[in-house]
Ligand binder design. Structure first.
Ligand code: 5GP
Length: 112
């Protein structure tokens, strides 16, 4: 059975699309943690960073180049934004399909 994000990409589960190209699909997070909270999902599913090695290094560039375009499109490139990839249990990863969170639209607390 396809994972949740594959079903969203395929339109089986509705989503609020923000951006799409042949590599990635991006949509609003259902439980936003900031005024802008977008998930950028790769169309080729890998689980997370642990599962995405040198042979699939293009996945990182595809995701982050799309994040860069999306930040511009949503006018948060100048004010600033945070990108997060969760990998594994301690990170709180819920969906094991590689994705980048884009958070912006407010001043955020430093985490690191
Ligand atoms: P993770 O914890 O795996 O890094 O992030 C998964 C994200 O997917 C969470 O922020 C969660 O709110 C979001 N999410 C879970 N189910 C859905 C859904 O059905 N639709 C949308 N738009 N977001 C979802």
């Amino acid at each position: 059975m396809d994972d949740l994000f594959v079903r969203i990409i395929n339109g089986e589960i509705p989503s609020k699309k923000v951006f799409e190209n042949d590599k990635v699909y991006a949509f609003e997070d259902i439980n936003p943690k900031a005024p802008v909270h977008v998930l950028v999902v790769h169309k080729e599913p890998t689980e997370n960073i642990n599962d995405t090695g040198l042979d699939k290094a293009y996945i990182y560039s595809d995701l982050f180049l799309a994040a860069r375009e999306i930040a511009k499109k949503l006018n948060i490139d100048k004010t600033g934004f945070r990108t997060i990839i969760n990998s594994g249990p301690d990170s709180g990863q819920e969906v094991y399909h590689m994705h980048v969170h884009i958070l912006g639209g407010k001043k955020m607390q430093n985490l690191v």
